[in-house]
Write a protein that binds this ligand. Sequence first.
Ligand code: SAM
Length: 259
Amino acid sequence: MIQPIKRLGQNFLQDPNTIRKIVDSLEAPPSARVIEIGPGTGALTGLLASKYADFSAIELDPRAVEYLSGHLPGVQVIQGDVLDMDWREKASGAPGGRVSVIGNLPYYITSQILFGLLDAAPHISEAVIMMQHEVAARLVAQPRTKEYGILSVAVQLECVPRLMFPVSRNVFYPKPDVKSAIVRLEFPPDAPKSLVDPKALRRIIRTAFNQRRKTLRNSLSVVLGEFGKQLPSHLESKRAEELTPHDFVELTIYLTGTD
Ligand code: SAM
């Protein structure tokens, strides 16, 4: 075993039933290319490597990489930062040009990892990930709820998120301070390429939700000025939390359009 380091988000899974349920949540066929984020001491890794021939893992902590090379010889574990991962390159040569991702995430960078996966959506087929329960609830949240926000819209525009099951704090060592959950993200194959400018879309979503209590006329006033446009009248008195992900796309097309 290695001594867990809190700042690396190291909470190691201890319960074989939970481990099996997580691995079974991955729907990838045995021929898929599977990548694990943060294998740590290998709770999920052995089972994954026995199920998938084309398997590798990326781990930041060199102590864990060394531990795994002794305990799971032959399993490819790359020492590196998942935030530097080039998913497009990783998916090159994989079946359908896409990879399946799995991981009990380091919670201090959950959002950054998620946004990295969303940016690489065409190269990902599914992701089964453990995260804070509270974050999981935001991913699947519907408009007009308090959990609905930037993450809900960004995720639901690229994939179909499903809350699989909650995970008790008691199955980890050390016990995390928060409750956890497994989420499965399914990325639709051959998703039509949206004609919308992704940077403008993200800026509009962020700006609208940064002042989520205000009407869009107020929360988006600066952005509207920059685009030199008025809001369509049916949106003027709406708030960010009332718009569906699709509404944000329509709004971005309207604001960035040249008419
Ligand atoms: N998969 C193991 C398990 O379920 O027991 C460990 C999960 S632990 C919650 C998160 C793992 O991610 C740790 O092993 C940690 O060292 C690793 N990690 C932290 N930051 C990382 C990063 N930026 N890139 C890759 N791995 C990272």
